[in-house]
Design a protein around this ligand. Structure first.
Ligand code: ATP
Length: 307
């Protein structure tokens, strides 16, 4: 699949302090790329560098295979974005705000405003003034403004921040629609893992300016999120059998009576049999699914079970 945003060894320092360190990232055409990291990890700074709002200290950013520089601007017409909180003119209506935006950036296709408002589900309230809008409606309008120029890429910095569960679900559905029906590639940041889990095709995990992991969701689901939980009476003996008799290395000790195995080549019955043969009392053995949240926390806290 074609890579539409390619970042190579990107770094940024502010007053000598490195905020982004040697980041390599690849966003593929048509995917939703979830950019995850705690507050202050450097997500906004990277997004601003992609949009030429901040100049990198070093490294390269390629958009549609073209290297960008401080003087590049044409590629920006292919990108829609919301960086930080979307601001609007409160006394103007939704429609007027979008029309003004089109005029401002010099792109105006007849019907584009209506179409964008339709897509985000604000067609009934286009003549309402923004100061009467809820946060969720403003977020939708922010997305409408970002897509009104029909971009190929959408860059959304924490678009779900502060929304209630219904608002979050609405935005998720909207992003899926933009991806599936309009073929838009979406780079979305969040510090809340659960917001991204169900929609991202790929996630990039950023911590202290470094990209710790870039992985396809389907791969981590299989490799690191499915595990076998076994309840045993003797932890030491079990660990010994797992390592020395079965050659299992990817496991996590939950407590004195519980171990999680993240190895997929050995069957449940094989493990069970070996433990019993070695006189270990097995009180339970069950397949479980880890949430991305745990995977994420393990990774940023330097957990040991993730390869
Ligand atoms: N213009 C600037 N001058 C100095 N420091 C900056 C500047 N912009 C960002 N930083 C610093 O860079 C670090 C990363 O900030 P950034 O906003 O990129 O993080 P983030 O991952 O987007 O977090 P958040 O979710 O809080 O926005 C922070 O410590 C911030 O204070």
């Amino acid at each position: 699949m074609e890579t539409v945003i390619q970042i190579h060894q990107l770094s940024k320092s502010f007053k000598g302090i490195e905020t982004v360190s040697d980041v390599n990232m690849n966003v593929k055409k048509g995917e939703i790329y979830g950019f995850l990291g705690p507050n202050g990890a450097g997500k906004t700074t990277i997004m601003k560098m992609i949009l030429n709002l901040v100049k990198p200290t070093s490294g390269e950013i390629k958009i549609f295979n073209q290297s960008i520089s401080t003087t590049s601007y044409q590629y920006l017409s292919k990108i829609g974005s919301i960086i930080e909180y979307p601001e609007f003119y409160g006394r103007l209506t939704a429609k007027e705000n979008l029309e003004l935006h089109c005029e401002y950036i010099g792109v105006y296709e007849k019907g584009a405003v209506k179409e964008a408002l339709d897509i985000v589900g604000l067609n009934g309230v286009e003549n309402k003034k923004i100061h009467e809008f809820s946060l969720g409606m403003k977020q939708r309008l922010g997305i409408a403004r970002a897509i009104v120029t029909k971009p190929e890429i959408l860059i959304l910095d924490e678009p779900i921040n502060g929304l209630d569960p219904i608002g979050i679900k609405d935005i998720r559905e909207l992003l899926m629609l933009l991806k599936e029906e309009h073929g838009i590639t979406i780079l979305i940041s969040s510090h809340i893992v659960a917001e991204i889990e169900s929609i991202a095709d790929t996630i990039g995990i950023l911590h202290h300016g470094k990209l710790l992991k870039e992985v396809r969701m389907e791969d981590i689901r299989k490799e690191n999120m499915e595990y076998l939980e076994i309840k045993i009476d003797d932890l030491k003996k079990t660990a010994h059998v797992l390592e020395n008799k079965l050659g299992i290395r990817k496991y996590e000790i939950v407590n004195q009576h519980c171990i999680r195995i993240f190895e997929h080549d050995i069957s449940q019955s094989q493990i069970n049999k070996e433990l019993i043969l070695n006189d270990i009392v097995v009180n339970g053995i069950e397949k479980q699914q880890q949430h991305l949240e745990e995977y994420f926390l393990n990774l940023i806290n330097g957990g040991n079970q993730i390869a």
